[in-house]
Write a protein that binds this ligand. Structure first.
Ligand SMILES: N[C@@H](CCC(=O)N[C@@H](CS)C(=O)NCC(=O)O)C(=O)O
Length: 214
């Protein structure tokens, strides 16, 4: 059985969402945020202290976009994956990585300096919010032809990766600045049954911790 260590609405949501979209059985290990401080024994599972962490047999993974790709391909092709040889294979990989490296990274600085350590570097938080919206133009441009999803005319793990960045923007309360096409894309993403199931799965009143981010 796949095991996933997760904090509410943190990057591990990508893995949880992919599991739900694929209908794979899994065991969810819900942690308070940040686990490094609030559940130090977690460092024995993942010495980095970060989430996600996924165990599947001998496989150990700690990168959320890579986990989404892994789950989408582990048992062979699924609708969430695009295969080498398909026209959008390269675009799929690019969006998968862009969601984390280009769209989530600047937001983590907004999170740190606006939410977790206010007053220390507010200018940096403002700068990295602008950085995020400058990079988000790539998503806006891709949607300009009226497509519903980023690649191959269907919902894929690329939409999960980019979709998580939009979820984080909502947590940061900057989603009111989404351009209209991105706002409509976000509505499509969060209307999916798989997204709703993932949201429901992470609700556990026994985890006495604030959601991520608070
Ligand atoms: N690039 C990694 C980043 C993982 C990461 O930094 N996760 C954050 C939460 S979103 C975390 O665990 N922070 C807690 C900490 O650094 O102690 C990924 O995409 O999964």
């Amino acid at each position: 059985m796949i095991q996933l260590w997760h904090c509410q609405d943190a990057r591990s949501f990508r893995a949880l969402w992919a599991l739900e979209e694929l209908g794979l059985p899994y065991e969810l290990k819900l942690l308070p945020f940040p686990p490094r401080m609030r559940q130090p024994e977690y460092l024995e599972v993942n010495p980095l202290g970060t989430i996600p962490f996924l165990v599947d047999g001998e496989t150990r993974m700690s990168e959320s976009a890579a986990i989404a790709q892994y789950l989408a391909t582990r048992d062979g092709p699924t609708p969430l994956s695009i295969q080498p040889g398909e026209a959008d294979y390269g675009a799929w990989l690019n969006w998968l990585h862009l969601g984390e490296a280009t769209l989530t990274f600047p937001q983590t600085l907004v999170l740190r300096y606006r939410v977790f350590e206010p007053g220390r570097a507010e200018a940096a938080a403002d700068d990295y919010e602008r950085w995020f919206f400058a990079r988000l133009k790539a998503v806006d441009r891709a949607l300009a032809d009226g497509r519903d999803w980023l690649c191959a005319g269907r919902f894929t793990a690329a939409d999960i990766s980019v979709g998580y960045a939009l979820l984080l923007a909502r947590s940061l309360k900057i989603d009111d600045k989404f351009p209209p096409a991105v706002a409509a894309y976000w509505e499509r993403l969060r209307s999916r049954e798989g997204f709703k199931r993932a949201k429901a799965a992470q609700k556990d009143d026994s985890v006495a911790a604030p959601a991520f981010p608070t």
